[in-house]
Write a protein that binds this ligand. Structure first.
Ligand SMILES: Nc1ncnc2c1ncn2[C@@H]1O[C@H](COP(=O)(O)OP(=O)(O)O)[C@@H](O)[C@H]1O
Ligand SMILES: [Mg+2]
Length: 193
């Protein structure tokens, strides 16, 4: 199981890292347009997005669009708890450049301002990055299980959306009992429900 996941990560990351930047940007824009034209986007108030790195679906335009349309936008920040284990904490940002800084693995993160911390039950939509996804709406991340732990804390009616390029979607992937399925996956070509 673990080994199977590892091999899928390796294979998909190889494709993603060698993908053309122009292609990444064009497909990311298509995905942004798909998401922002959906009814669930229009109805939502608080959206947890992510800051892309290493050729993930780019979110800069998406985040700016959300902010300019008066959405409350939160981004994940990895913090250690007293016990030493690290977890995702979402913080509201108002400006994508002013309110972020390089963090964990060099990924841009929201600045740590206690007043901007968002409780998981305030989130209406979570946009979930990942390495590989399946048509059954499961996900493989980088292997640390951060999102599996975080997604257990959101409301049951919070919409969990995987954001991916079509080449990241496989017919099926190995699933372990701690893996949390998504409600939908948006790619440049389709919406998987
Ligand atoms: N809710 C959870 N509670 C405890 N450990 C978890 C939980 N979710 C995931 N994990 C642990 O995180 C590790 C990585 O999970 P995995 O699903 O392989 O990673 P990813 O989802 O990033 O691809 C696993 O060893 C798993 O035991
Ligand atoms: Mg997992």
């Amino acid at each position: 199981m673990k080994e199977e996941k590892r091999l899928i990560r390796k294979r998909i990351l190889e494709i993603r890292e060698t993908a053309d930047i122009g292609f990444i940007h064009e497909m990311s824009l298509r995905i942004t347009k798909k998401f922002t034209s959906m009814d669930i986007f229009k109805k939502s108030e608080t959206i947890m997005a992510y800051m892309d790195f290493r050729n993930e679906v780019a979110t800069m335009d998406l985040i700016k669009f959300c902010i300019s349309h008066k959405k409350r936008v939160a981004l994940p920040r990895i913090e250690s708890r007293e016990t030493g284990h690290k977890e995702i904490y979402p913080y509201v940002i108002h400006d994508i450049l002013l309110d972020t800084e390089p963090g964990f693995y060099g990924i841009m993160e929201p600045v740590r301002n206690p007043g901007n911390l968002v409780r998981p039950d305030e989130i209406d939509i979570v946009l979930v990055p990942g390495v590989a996804f399946s048509e059954g709406r499961y996900r493989i991340g980088y292997g640390a299980g951060y999102y599996d732990r975080f997604l257990k804390k959101v409301r049951t009616d919070c919409i969990k959306i995987g954001i991916a390029f079509e080449f990241q979607v496989l017919k099926s992937i190995p699933v372990e009992e701690h893996d949390v399925p998504l409600d939908m996956i948006i790619t440049e070509e389709r919406i998987i429900l």
